[in-house]
Design a protein around this ligand. Sequence first.
Ligand SMILES: Cc1ncc(COP(=O)(O)O)c(C=O)c1O
Length: 387
Amino acid sequence: MDINTFTQSRSDEWAQRGLSRQIRHFTSAQTPTANIDGRTLLQFATSDYLGLSTHPALLRAACEQGTALGVGSGGSRLTTGTSIHAALERELATFFGYPDAVFFASGYQCNVAVISALADPDVTFFSDEHNHASLIDGMRMQRHARTVVYPHRNYEVLDLLLRSRTTPHALIISDGVFSMSGATADLAALRALADTHDAWLLIDDAHGTGTVGETGRGVIEATQIKPDILISTASKALGVEGGMALCSANVAHFLKSQARGFVFSTSPSPLIVGAVREALAIIDREPERIDTLRAHIYQLHRGLGLTPPAIPTPIVRIPIGDEQRCMTISQHLMDNGIFVPAIRYPTVARNQAILRITITAHHTLDQINQLCATLTLACDKFSLPTS
Ligand SMILES: Cc1ncc(COP(=O)(O)O)c(C=O)c1O
């Protein structure tokens, strides 16, 4: 069989299961009113939670650094790394209150690189079953890795599993804000388990940075709990791209020489580094963005008749179940001028498709009300629960 026939049959199989993917084309920036596939729609899909991707100061900073240092960085950090990469890492460490930081080209790459670097016959990974794919792929990357998956946020079961571990070391791995539901991990419970069982704790707070905590430091600020390694990404509330690991100086030193995604990949462009540095500064300079986002999160919950969680986040999921039905409802919303993506397997489990709403500081209250009204009508039409 030639490769075209092979890939066609694999694609046909996915299509039969209602899993075909269609890539959307935005011809505008990630603004609330966006041009998507030739139509102007009110979108609730972006992770640009604070609206920083179009902030003039970020664009200026990117251009300035590109002009000074070039568009491309020319190689791995270990060969042609620039001084601004190091400066960004110092600023990240200060921002999150960690001794050190390592910056990667993307959040995905960061998770795969950090976790696979820590894989060792003496280490067992304990992973929440709803963790992001990049954490899972990090655990899968290394043939030495032993992984135990615990039920979502079930810390009693995690306790039992940790008790029966057979390796000298253990690393507990969890999303801080779960990317598909907006629920938060119980960091106090996880820290207590890690301390009791002499385990290490890694939290990926990609969706908490800039959105959770009084000053946007994420779940570590909301809970006052520090994991041993905090992972985040600049691709969401910071409005840019690039992954980051916040950690001790020892861990940072180890990652910079042994994490393959750091060592064997060209370091991020100076444009990106310049923009991320500016985004960190803006979060502190313009705290009203976080206040506005929080008000919008409450407005969305009120409008949908939902009770806001103790730690509010900008992600709300509407459970649908059947994949085809989810696509039909998402299309119905599009026909009514609103883009809310349908999320299906393999991003969530089979037959547990969801509509995933993300809200930003840049939406207006009118736009949020419009979403709530349209969704409420859709819920009636398709007999859906909203909670
Ligand atoms: C929890 C979580 N971790 C990591 C990533 C990957 O980050 P990035 O998109 O910057 O590669 C994402 C984003 O998709 C995410 O939701």
